[in-house]
Design a protein around this ligand. Structure first.
Ligand SMILES: O=C(O)[C@@H](O)[C@H](O)[C@H](O)C(=O)CO
Length: 496
């Protein structure tokens, strides 16, 4: 730890240190609090908090004494100390009056680039965002992603607020735990309560099932919707008997679940929470009148949501542009946007990565007030850095991804034409980064992230993970600049 002596001496004198002698100093992190001076540094590929100057803050930080100061690991315990003394390192809710962007960080090292991309734009970053699926596939925890985001905010000296989204959460125990941990955003995934089977059922079976509902439940719905027309900013939403019965059966159980989670968890939380309803990851495309039905029921039941993610027409597959009829998409997106405005929440766009052809449409009709969710695209930008800086590692990962691709289809719906991917042996090192501009290669890597980052050899040694992070952390600025360019393109086209 002697390499930090000079930095600690500088801190002890109350001065801001600068990088030298192989120690990278993140000068934006420099803080002075209650007589203690702090800065984040990197030596090799390891990051630390350096502290000098006695105070309660200094005493509470856990670290190794060096000179008159301390060298502190970026541990969960030390993150909690930063949270206690620096409010800006704690995630917050933003409500419905400003655009937000989900920037899921599967690696725990993307947030500095995300912060640089968003800090001077009309959007707030939800830096900590991982679905239960991503956490499971990466063997990470909700605490891990909060730690990574908080330290990144401190490293960058970013004090304008960020969020933390417990994404695609389905179980009440996970909801309660996420709120307890301090998440500021909850994406309730109701896909398991949505009755996709109704879509294909016969009219006779549908009517029979509806007839079997309790009388008061049928009266509750019939009295408010049957043969009624609702005017949404000039858009007429009508419910005849067939459409009402279908929406009640498809979404009724899901709406009950939303109401229960809101009343038992969100409304009782001791801090503001951005509550999002996700009905996007279902086979059933959310027709505009279905969106209205769900939203009107939430309003009737006193459930306040800050955003809602419908399942749009066409396909929002991972890591590639929109697939579908742009005219139909524009028509329906306009209607969804008007419905969201009518009820006072933001439209949420899931799998928002790389949907460049529809961003202008989305930005136009949401008038720049939306939530857009991305995650895998920044993982692909990391893969691009590997392709540039460590071709041999990229080649080994590419082969492994091809060999294990089928395993990932249980988790993700992607339909890449893998035969269109240029043979690796025919591709020069210089051309490897071009794979990240090819749809099928992008999807190949997009969904195999978990398999690649947890793969081990027969002795239990990481096949790729250690070398992957070493390469990435030795090329931080390249990764940061790649994110600023790529995520920035998303925001430019959305008008944010
Ligand atoms: O891959 C995941 O599970 C998440 O990134 C999830 O898809 C997320 O809700 C999303 O839409 C990111 O684009």
């Amino acid at each position: 730890m002697e390499q930090f002596n000079k930095v600690i001496e500088t801190l002890a004198q109350g001065n801001k240190p600068s990088s030298a002698d192989g120690v990278t100093v993140y000068e934006s992190s420099f803080e002075q609090k209650d007589g203690t001076n702090l800065v984040m540094v990197k030596s090799g590929t390891d990051k630390y908090l350096l502290a000098a100057g006695e105070s309660d803050l200094f005493s509470e930080l856990n670290g190794e004494s060096v000179g008159t100061g301390k060298v502190c690991a970026l541990s969960h315990e030390n993150r909690l100390v930063l949270n206690k003394y620096f409010d800006y390192t704690v995630p917050q809710a933003f409500g419905t009056k400003i655009a937000t962007m989900g920037l899921g960080d599967r690696l725990g090292v993307a947030s500095p680039g995300h912060i640089e991309t968003t800090r001077n734009r009309k959007v707030k970053p939800i830096l900590a965002q991982q679905s239960i699926r991503e956490l499971t596939l990466l063997n990470r925890t909700m605490t891990d992603i909060l730690d990574a985001a908080s330290f990144a905010v401190f490293q960058e000296g970013y004090k304008d607020g960020y969020g933390a989204d417990a994404d695609h959460i389905k179980l009440e125990k996970d909801i309660a735990y996420a709120i307890e941990l301090g998440f500021s955003f909850l994406t309730l995934d109701c896909s398991e309560q949505i009755r996709n089977d109704i879509e294909g059922a016969s009219s006779e079976d549908i009517q029979k099932e509806y007839a079997g509902l309790p009388v008061d439940r049928k009266e509750y719905f019939n009295s408010h919707y049957l043969n009624k027309t609702f005017d949404v900013q000039g858009l007429e939403i009508k419910f005849d008997e067939d459409s009402l019965v279908k929406n009640v059966l498809v979404y009724g159980e899901a709406i009950d679940f939303m109401e229960h989670v809101y009343n038992e968890h969100v409304a009782k939380a001791d801090k503001a929470i951005d509550f999002e309803i996700s009905i996007d990851e279902t086979e059933t495309v959310t027709a505009p009148e279905a969106h209205f039905f769900v939203a009107e029921e939430l309003r009737r039941r006193g459930v306040t949501v800050q955003s809602l993610a419908p399942r749009f027409c066409g396909e929002f597959q991972k890591g590639i542009d929109y697939i579908g009829d742009l005219e139909q998409f524009e028509k329906e997106l306009h209607e969804h946007a008007e419905i969201a405005k009518y009820f006072g929440y933001k439209l949420s766009i899931h799998s928002g990565s790389d949907k460049f052809s529809v961003f202008p449409i989305i930005g136009k009709y949401t008038e720049g007030l939306l939530h857009i969710k991305t995650a895998g695209t920044n993982w692909l930008e990391a893969v691009r850095v590997i392709a540039v800086e460590n071709p041999d590692l990229y080649r080994r990962m590419h082969v492994y991804a091809e060999d294990h691709f089928e395993e990932t289809l249980q988790y993700y719906h992607v339909t890449p034409d893998l035969d269109s991917v240029a043979p690796l042996d025919d591709t020069s090192d210089a051309d490897l980064p071009k794979y990240m501009d090819h749809d099928a290669a992008r999807q190949l890597f997009h969904v195999t992230y978990g398999i690649l980052l947890t793969a081990k050899d027969d002795s239990g040694k990481d096949l790729f993970r250690t070398e992957f992070f070493e390469t990435l952390l030795n090329n931080e600025d390249t990764y940061r600049n790649g994110l600023v360019k790529h995520i920035g393109r998303h925001l430019d086209l959305l008008g944010l």
